[in-house]
Design a protein around this ligand. Structure first.
Ligand code: SF4
Length: 294
């Protein structure tokens, strides 16, 4: 069980075994599942992500009425070339919104690492496969890379918003996606770790403040931020830029920041956006059973 990314990087440098394969081997040892079977399990998970993206239904609304149809709006605006960020990023934004909305509408999604942050990794990976024409085998390897980063974050800190704030969910998902994106662009373990570090640094301190306690506002749109942050972090690494603080130290800092966050900002819906006048108003409306209009 790897307790740091540095252990994986060192092992990769010593043995020449790639990062993703080291993660698979560790998982095989722990689960006693054969390497081939584990790869197929990961492939199935990737296909589930793809299916969830394809199954997006713009007519659906969440039970609260707060979520739905934004993925479709993004798609329409992208197709009409009305946006600023360029086609690739716009596609990533669209997929992140769609997956977050599908989760809010109780559709099947792949929690990676959590349901609330399910749109980050999927948006980055699915867009990269589509736009860069990357073979599925490589995408599955990238999922192992992401899983390796997520595993280290879980061991060093947490992946739960209730324990560490949203930095532990969207932040961790972004870190995983950045490392996976760097890998898909040819990066080794050292480069992967810098992608993961830069992404987490950008979201350090992010609080968990879901309006009315639902994983909808601000969660869905934070998936967009997490996905785009992953890509800008990966791009910095591909340009030769490195994180001054190593990834493992960034994750340690994330744990410390999470512990320092007051309970109000750790999924209790008692702080941040949840207690803004509008946030409180939405909660009251939902408690009175009149979600229409939201
Ligand atoms: S705000 Fe809280 S519930 Fe929403 S995605 Fe972030 S950690 Fe999860």
């Amino acid at each position: 069980m790897y307790l740091s990314l540095q252990e994986i990087i060192d092992l990769e440098q010593e043995t020449g075994i790639p990062f993703w394969e080291l993660i698979r081997r560790e998982e095989c040892e722990e689960t006693k599942i054969s390497p081939e079977k584990l790869f197929e399990q990961m492939r199935n998970m990737y296909r589930e992500m793809k299916q969830a993206d394809a199954d997006y239904d713009p007519s659906l609304r969440s039970h609260s009425g707060l979520a739905g149809a934004d993925g479709q709006k993004m798609a329409a605006a992208r197709q009409n070339r009305e946006l600023l960020c360029g086609d690739f990023i716009n596609r990533v934004m669209e997929k992140a919104l769609k997956m977050g909305e599908s989760n809010a509408c109780m559709r099947k999604i792949v929690a990676a690492p959590t349901a609330g942050s399910c749109g980050v990794l999927s948006a980055v990976l699915l867009t990269m496969e589509e736009q860069k024409k990357i073979p599925e085998e490589k995408m599955v390897e990238a999922l192992f890379v992401a899983a390796g980063i997520g595993g280290v974050i879980a061991r060093k800190a947490t992946l739960a918003g209730a324990a560490g704030g949203c930095q532990a969910e969207i932040g961790a998902a972004s870190s995983m996606a950045a490392g996976a994106a760097v890998y898909l662009m040819g990066g080794n373990g050292e480069a992967i770790s810098h992608g993961a570090a830069l992404a987490m640094k950008g979201l350090l301190g992010l609080v968990c403040d879901p309006v009315a306690g639902l994983v909808e506002v601000p969660c869905i749109k934070r998936n967009v931020i997490g996905a785009v942050n992953a890509l800008t972090s990966a791009d910095m690494v591909l340009a030769g830029i490195r994180s001054r603080i190593p990834a493992d130290e960034v994750f340690d800092a994330m744990r410390q920041v999470g512990r320092a966050l007051p309970e109000e900002l750790r999924e209790t819906a008692r702080g941040g956006l949840a207690v803004t006048p509008t946030g409180k108003n939405i909660r009251e409306m939902l408690e009175e059973g009149s979600p229409d209009g939201y």
